[in-house]
Design a protein around this ligand. Sequence first.
Ligand code: GRG
Length: 312
Amino acid sequence: MISFIAGGKTKVIDLQTIENLLGESLPQEGEGYGVLSEAMRYSVLGGGKRLRAIMLIESFRLFSDDRELEKYTAHPFACAIECIHGYSLVHDDLPAMDNDEYRRGSLTTHKKFGHAMGILTGDALLNYSMEIVAKAGENLAKYKPDYYLDNMHNFISATGVLFRKAGCFGMIGGQVLDVEGFGDDRKIDTEDLSLICELKTARLFQAALCCGAILAGADETAVSLLDEIGYLMGLAFQIRDDILDVTATFSETGKDVSSDEKNNKSTFVSIYGLDFARDKVRSLYEEMTEKLNRLPGDKSEFCKLFEKLYSL
Ligand code: GRG
């Protein structure tokens, strides 16, 4: 459970609330065509730390106490970013990419529903993320017309940030570099590796923090600081993921271990070694904490999240 105090009020966002929001917003089982809604729900609802949703909502709460506005803006964006993250994992696990069998302790989507359905489920989740955001815009116009007229530019700006950071110049671009770099057993250099990580992993962290803040009406200085924090968080997260790939067990991660080695991938660990990788995570942790402390409000729960994510 993540909780923190801002503006004198205790604020709590718990995992169950996010699970409920996601469960309600995804197509219900049996809705639509064939097995698709079941596969979409399986892919998104079957575990996951909900980091991006939590970061988005907590970032909103750093700048606004308006729970009604949060419900109409940050909540649908939190669901949308989890759908985008979910689709990226479904596609990343496909035979044409990492060819993994387990994710979140269960069979990967293509292993359970077949390859074609793995592709289609990922497609549907990406499209659905846009449907969620579009629907939220419609609801705002209908139920919060004052906000709609005065602050719609924030909603539009957050929409652009989310899909740009997830798109061809962001996460998908990073995956392209990853596939090109590793597809023929070439070893990529550290500069390329950092860029891939920045695009593939950090962009969605940045999107989560920036969207939450923008929706709450934060100013440009705060948003760009959050963008920097998201970058550091993503980089540290990826390096930690590389470390866990060689040090953790299946029961700890719920996914295939030694997947990078199996795919002959260069990682921060394979290039620099475990000790250097651990030191790098620690120094990134310090840097993100320093930047976080420049933001307004009580950031203690963000600090707890950092500790949880980056302790080694
Ligand atoms: C296929 C377009 C496309 C993109 C794939 C994100 C990504 C890009 C691939 C995932 C590769 C990977 C394992 C990266 C390490 C960092 C990461 C995103 C780990 C999974 O995120 P968590 O730990 O997952 O937040 P949960 O299951 O908790 O939601």
